[in-house]
Design a binder for this molecule. Structure first.
Ligand code: SF4
Length: 685
């Protein structure tokens, strides 16, 4: 008997750190993973999710054949038949109105798959109705950093966090959500860096802070404006940087003057003295970096929150050099890439606006078509509203699970039920796929080739290590097949390499990359404008990516969240994530080891609040908001602020998004997952 043991270099399929690992196969079957020692980001280390990343691929729940719903039940159907039905339905809706069809791409799929789906929506159907769950996490980063710096991505690299003398983490539980980035934070701390953490909860990240600011959810702008007030009062601003590299400082100063820490301490919920200490610690460091995640973005003021982090960094000259910057930590393996590829309703690949005539002409030339729509499409939440209104009649969902990920689950279910035709392409029969008319089985990570782009703009190859189950096909092959059957040109690709070569042509940031260059451990970081360019670990070193090269201060004011506590709903509910699970749990809950670690959800409640209500640790309680209620075990702890409840959103049996609201940021359209007025009660005996 022969044994063929193989190590296939790959990138972790979970968070946006982009860690390298090898998939270990024995006789073509996946047996495990091993950290990739030569990989620059993780140097062979993996967190628990990475270590057990191979398990979900082998789940018995994997979809193996196309399914069609008949009399409320799924039955198997041939690929040929399934594609025939899809083609005829898409043609029908397209003829009636291209905007009656909407697409969800996926931050878990490859760049090539996202590129093909957005091209299909635009070229084959004629709509910009394409979005994905970046809308639910970092849409404000794209909108906010594009306005201030001219580019909506992490300014620096994971490695250079180590060089910071001061690290300000706001709205990110980095230790649990980006463990390999956290490793660099700890390294910096060991070298003497000071750590400031602003978070309503005493997370594992906040537990190691030199200064923890347990702010009230929704008070980020008041806090940052107060910090800037102190910096100006103390004369710690970088006047040289402000003069040479920015504009709009005087207007910012006028607004900041109102935000004395003593005046806003009640809004922020942290004593003025602590705000002053944090401001001085951040500003006095030679190199200070800001890391943030969804505690900043998931608010009705999400874009303004992001802008305020950019204001703070520019005020102190902490941009364009090692150990500095404004660094949004992306949650999913390829959420940066899905945005780069134009899986967004207002942008073609490379953030070129659909409303820009030149960009449209360029795309039409390369895509060999002449009727691209210049009307921005619908965002995730707008698609659901339009489905309820009957304006969107057909949806095509690739690898997303809006039933659990979107706010107000009842609303989402109503929208999906209201569709005339729903196509879902996935590796599992997810909560969303249950609503589909046709389900198409796809290959998973480890079974396909392509590229991912990590949070630090690092484009890296993933490689096929094993075959997919049954008749599962690569997402891009399915879409290309449908396009060809619709007689649409431009989808005659035979490999991901061919697709990537087209991506290079339309995406300026990727122009200098090719599959040969991307083979090296760590790939290349964009922008990489030509084949001799080494890639860009740090943005804005000489000038910003704005038309005049200057960073733009934009003053922003504190605004209350859309829902505030009242007599009926006296608590603030905030939602989030935990170390062992990922997104809607479709992958981690099918990983035996990870699901064993934390096998269901919980609501964290402050011990003083719990004692007032007679709630005991572990007891099942009811949590209610204006949208609905759930029953869930209570976790009594001093780690969450009084008046605040925290629920992780991964668990279908006590789904946090039954409770969240569809109030959204008017600029980026991100829902306010971080603040809902809520109540909590003991269950009656
Ligand atoms: Fe995977 Fe993120 Fe863990 Fe790295 S830190 S191993 S990318 S989940």
């Amino acid at each position: 008997m022969s044994f063929e043991l193989k190590y296939t270099p790959n990138i972790c399929p979970y968070c946006g750190c982009g860690c390298g690992l090898n998939i270990v196969t024995l006789n073509g079957k996946i047996k495990g993973v091993e950290g990739w020692k030569r990989h620059p980001v993780n140097e062979g280390k993996l967190c628990p999710k990475g270590n057990f990343s191979y398990q979900f691929v082998q789940s018995k729940d994997r979809l193996k054949h196309p399914l069609i719903k008949k009399n409320g039940k799924f039955i198997e159907i041939s690929w040929d038949k399934a594609v025939d039905i899809i083609v005829s339905k898409l043609n029908e809706y397209r003829k009636e109105n291209p905007n009656s069809i909407a697409f969800l791409a996926s931050a878990r799929c490859t760049n090539e798959e996202n590129y093909i789906l957005q091209k299909f929506a635009r070229v084959a159907i004629g709509t910009n109705n394409i979005d994905h769950c970046a809308r639910l996490c970092h849409a404000p980063s794209v909108a906010g950093l594009a306005q201030t710096f001219g580019s909506g991505a992490m300014t620096n690299s994971i490695l250079d966090i180590e060089e910071a003398e001061s690290i300000f983490i706001i709205g990110s539980n980095t230790a649990e959500q980006h463990p390999i980035i956290w490793r660099r934070v700890l390294k910096a701390k060991n070298k003497g860096a000071k750590l400031i953490v602003a978070d309503p909860r005493k997370t594992p990240t906040a537990s190691l802070a030199d200064i923890h600011l347990p702010i009230k959810p929704g008070s980020n702008i008041a806090l940052i404006n107060a910090m800037m007030n102190v910096i100006i009062e103390e004369g710690l601003e970088d006047t040289d940087f402000i003069k040479k590299r920015t504009k709009g400082f005087e207007k910012l100063k006028e607004v900041i003057e109102k935000y004395k820490p003593e005046k806003v301490e009640k809004i922020v919920g942290v004593p003025a003295k602590k705000i002053r200490e944090a401001a001085i610690t951040y500003a006095k460091a030679d190199r200070a970096t800001i890391l943030y995640a969804m505690g900043i973005t998931q608010h009705t003021t999400g874009t303004h929150n992001v802008i305020s982090t950019a204001n703070l960094a520019m005020l102190t000259g902490n941009i364009g050099k090692k150990g500095t910057g404004v660094n949004p930590l992306r949650g999913q393996n390829n959420v940066q890439g899905a945005c780069d590829m134009g899986a967004l309703p207002q942008f073609y690949p490379g953030y070129q606006k659909v409303t820009d005539k030149n960009a449209t002409e360029k795309m039409q030339k390369i895509w060999k078509c002449d009727d691209l729509s210049s009307e921005p499409g619908l965002t995730v939440v707008e698609m659901m509203d339009a489905a309820i209104d009957g304006k969107v009649k057909c949806m095509y969902i690739m690898g997303e699970n809006p039933v659990l990920s979107d706010p107000d689950i009842k609303h989402v279910k109503k929208a999906l039920k209201n569709l005339e035709f729903l196509i879902v392409q996935d590796i599992f029969l997810t909560e969303t796929a249950e609503f589909a008319d046709i389900v198409l089985p796809t290959t998973a990570w480890g079974e396909k080739n392509g590229t991912y782009t990590s949070t630090e703009r690092r484009v890296q190859c993933i490689r096929k290590a094993a075959d997919g189950p049954g008749e599962a096909k690569d997402d891009w092959r399915i879409i290309c097949e449908i396009a060809k059957r619709m007689n649409v040109n431009g989808f005659e690709f035979n490999s991901t390499k061919e697709i990537f070569n087209e991506i290079r042509k339309v995406t300026p940031q990727y122009a200098g990359m090719n599959f040969k260059r991307l083979q090296k451990p760590g790939g290349l970081q964009w922008p990489c404008p030509d084949e001799s360019h080494p890639g860009t670990p740090i943005l804005h070193t000489e000038k910003f990516a704005t038309p005049d090269g200057l960073g733009k201060f934009i003053p922003v004011e504190h605004e209350e969240p859309a829902e505030l506590p009242d007599d009926r709903y006296p608590f603030i509910l905030t939602t989030g994530r935990i170390l062992f699970h990922y997104h809607t749990g479709t992958m981690t809950r099918r990983s035996e080891t990870l699901d064993n670690e934390v096998s269901t959800g919980f609501v964290e409640i402050n011990d003083k609040d719990a004692s007032k209500l007679g709630i005991k640790d572990g007891e099942i309680v009811k949590v209610m908001t204006r949208r609905g209620e759930i029953k869930i075990p209570a976790k009594v702890t001093s780690k969450v602020r009084e008046g605040v409840l925290f629920i992780p959103f991964h668990f279908v049996e006590c789904a946090a998004n039954m409770l969240t609201s569809t109030n959204y940021d008017p600029i980026s359209k991100i829902p306010e997952f971080k603040v809902s007025a809520a109540n909590i009660e003991k269950l009656e005996d």
